[in-house]
Design a protein around this ligand. Structure first.
Ligand SMILES: O=C(O)CCC(=O)C(=O)O
Length: 319
């Protein structure tokens, strides 16, 4: 597998087939060693800043869903994530912008958001919308686990409503091409993400419904094992969870990108994370000209989408 600036990617059809069948697709060594080194240096500083309480946009243990407090908990439980890597006030935001708008990452996203069946439904850079770019970090205070969940489908739904919310037709196929792509890009070995392959295409089984939300085992579940520079793109409505062991080094970039014109639900999801408060001030001046052009276009489309979506509030899947 190539580890230079132009990694060898599976074909667009192969990427879509894997995502469609399994609900996730792993691409090895997407990052060059140089980019990996630069991102590791940036994340070391960012993690120290966030753990010290000097960066307010964090995910705190033991809270799974937003909104999170703006300081780490007093009891030493610590943080499990850092939000808003493209925020202009975050030192290192330019390194994170380079990775978010990276040619390889966006090529995979474009492939996954395009259609096999419809020649006219091929996504270009001009269709992409900037969304979320966060960092998932190792927990230091104690072990921590996320419950089994789908990001956009509540666990309270009955099977027929769950199938509808998953966008499935009567044959279990997705009705529409996806509105966004989501990925984890690991800077160190990472096996925190656990998924049930294929579960994005069906309601939960009776066994899954009856299971403890923190069940350590579900039938056919799989730990997604990533090495440094590997990326997993996944359907965010696959049944999944995170399992974090105290003291394990983790710096995994966690992002999503949308498509212009595909559902307002995404605007709500993006804006609930507070991106609207700073997106106007993003600084992409240090990016290479082609990457900068892509970045400015994606940012502009987010601003437009935010304006059209109107007011949004936080929601909590804890409720
Ligand atoms: O830690 C992970 O990779 C999973 C994170 C996750 O499930 C989430 O943020 O909803």
């Amino acid at each position: 597998m190539a580890t230079n600036d132009k990694p060898t990617l599976p074909s667009p059809s192969a990427l879509r087939a894997a995502l469609s069948t399994d609900g996730f697709v792993v691409i090895r060594s997407l990052l060059s060693p140089e980019k990996l080194a630069s991102l590791r240096a940036a994340t070391a500083s960012t993690i120290a800043l966030a753990r010290s309480g000097a960066w307010p946009h964090i995910r705190t243990v033991p809270k799974q869903f937003p909104p999170w407090p703006s300081t780490p908990p007093d009891d030493g439980a610590g943080i499990w994530g850092v939000q808003h890597l493209l925020h202009p006030d975050l030192p290192g935001h330019d390194a994170y912008a380079t990775a978010y708008f990276d040619a390889g990452v966006t090529a995979v996203a474009r492939a996954l958001l395009s259609s096999d069946d419809d020649e006219s439904n091929q996504i270009t850079d001009d269709d992409l919308v900037m969304e979320l770019w966060n960092l998932l970090v190792g927990v230091m205070g104690r072990d921590f686990e996320l419950r089994w969940h789908r990001d956009d489908v509540p666990a309270t739904l009955r099977a027929t409503d769950e199938a509808r919310a998953l966008g499935l037709d009567a044959h279990g196929n997705k009705r529409a091409t996806p509105a966004h792509a989501q990925w984890n890009l690991a800077l160190y070995d990472d096996e925190s993400l656990v998924v049930v392959p294929g579960s994005h295409r069906r309601p939960r089984t009776d066994e899954e419904r009856a299971a403890d939300p923190f069940a350590p085992e579900l039938p056919a579940m799989r730990h997604v094992r990533l090495g440094p520079g590997d990326v997993v793109f996944y359907d965010n409505n696959i049944l999944h969870r995170g399992v974090y062991r105290k003291g394990v080094e983790r710096a995994t970039l966690h992002g999503s990108v949308g498509v212009v014109g595909r559902t307002q639900q995404r605007a709500r999801n993006v804006l609930q994370h507070g991106v609207g408060a700073w997106v106007d001030r993003c600084d992409f001046g240090t990016l290479e000209p082609d990457v900068r052009a892509r970045a400015e276009g994606m940012r502009e489309r987010l601003v437009r989408m935010g304006t059209e979506a109107g007011d949004v509030g936080f929601y909590s899947k804890d409720e």
